[in-house]
Design a protein around this ligand. Sequence first.
Ligand code: ZN
Length: 238
Amino acid sequence: MEVNCVWLGQGSFLFESGNTRLVVDPFLSDVVEQREGFKRLMDAPLTIEELKPDYILITHNHIDHFDPVALPEIHDFYPKVPILGPTSVMRLANEMGFNQEVLQALEVTEHLPLGDFNVTITPAFHSDPFSIGCLLNAASKTIYHTADTIFNQSLVAEVKRLSGKKIDSLLTCINGRLGNMNWEEAAQLAGQLGVEKAFPMHYGMFAENTEDPVKFINECNRLGIQSAELIPGKKTIL
Ligand SMILES: [Zn+2]
């Protein structure tokens, strides 16, 4: 068994292991252009029909993560699929009339099985104070998805403590704006966590809020960490 991911752009991922498809922060719509005037530089590589999630995890209530256009459509298309998230996400989902039976509130430090994944909820230090990240354990691998967060030593210490063992792959924001760490801090995070592989994310979606991933990749390589750009829509083994 392996664990792989398909990057959907920004912090949005489909993770697959065994028989389980776990979708994190599906950001598929043009809502940011409608509300903020930032045009998507790439289309969502998967349609709602192709997503086929078994679980949906939303890390915080910002519109490039809790997509207020796409998420209700996904919920309508897959009405029985659990939607998990912190308090701010549950609040918004309730306000939007989501079926309460599929909503599941998450707390930082919580461990929970989601099919073939064991998930641990990590803290994230971001402008939604309820923001979370996650550690995914599957197929004997540990993957850390930072979600949106700044870099600080509490983050490093907590993630190390919660993982309890070596983290194999890191998926990290690098954009360095609006409450997120920059590429240098992201590489520092990779180094301090001692990961084997590190992949940049949360860039390339909006001209107004992007970064050159090569800077991150080169710095990781200098630290002896394997790093590469994820290709949106393409499967990568983690
Ligand atoms: Zn974001």
